[in-house]
Ligand binder design. Sequence first.
Ligand SMILES: Cc1cc2nc3c(=O)[nH]c(=O)nc-3n(C[C@H](O)[C@H](O)[C@H](O)COP(=O)(O)O)c2cc1C
Length: 183
Amino acid sequence: MGKTIVIFKSKTGFTQKYAEWIGEELQCEVMDLASAKKHDLEPYDTFIYGGSLYASGILGLKEMMKKMDAYHEKNLIIFAVGATPYTDTLEEELANKNIPQARKHDTRIFYFRGGFNLEKLNMIDRKLMLMMKKIISKKPENQRTDDEIGLLEAFDQPVDFTNRDEIKRLLEYHQACSRSTDA
Ligand SMILES: Cc1cc2nc3c(=O)[nH]c(=O)nc-3n(C[C@H](O)[C@H](O)[C@H](O)COP(=O)(O)O)c2cc1C
């Protein structure tokens, strides 16, 4: 079976946790994007990239895709980690927004739920979130979306929805990809 590497970019640790779980299951290398950019990626056949969601964009994915330019023929599996609950249409929406046209036909995105930790955010992100809190708080309670209600609750204490079972779908997909690469 070809060699796989898991590469990730994470701000407060949720995406890193999923990356490490996947690495444990596949018994493969796990590396953050900054290190991967300096690393020779030639020996790998499959890249699993994980990045957290910031305003629906996948952290670091553009840089990762740039690095992947030299490896069109290699498998790429993406996972995104956010605070919002999973919905049936979310992965397709994320794919439409984040995957460049040239790789749309052969690149899957999986969504895993992370959490929210205000204290671990940098100053700019924390300020942004506090501004959002103000805006949501001004809305009448019956007009707030589930996401907004969840967000308000998460300001008081960190929330963690990470769940190791979520990676099963990605692992199955990875196995199917590896089989077709070997054939
Ligand atoms: C400024 C900002 C924007 C965010 N935008 C989204 C979003 O669009 N969708 C979502 O599900 N989560 C969003 N989140 C929540 C993060 O994606 C979530 O906390 C994630 O688990 C962080 O993972 P990390 O610790 O690996 O960076 C946002 C958080 C911040 C601070």
